[in-house]
Design a protein around this ligand. Sequence first.
Ligand SMILES: [Zn+2]
Length: 57
Amino acid sequence: MQITTIRQVECPHCDTRTSISVPGGDGEPEPSRSVAAFGEQTKVTCSNGHTYWVHFY
Ligand SMILES: [Zn+2]
């Protein structure tokens, strides 16, 4: 069964919090301005229009 948890992340550009769904329910979301070479990550756009990546550790 797929568990999805809603977590809040801060935009690295303007600190606006955005809610994202985390597949699996674990892993600490880590906002980043750049895409990682590997690993679980998702693309987020904040309410001010900034696009960034969130990696899960
Ligand atoms: Zn932003």
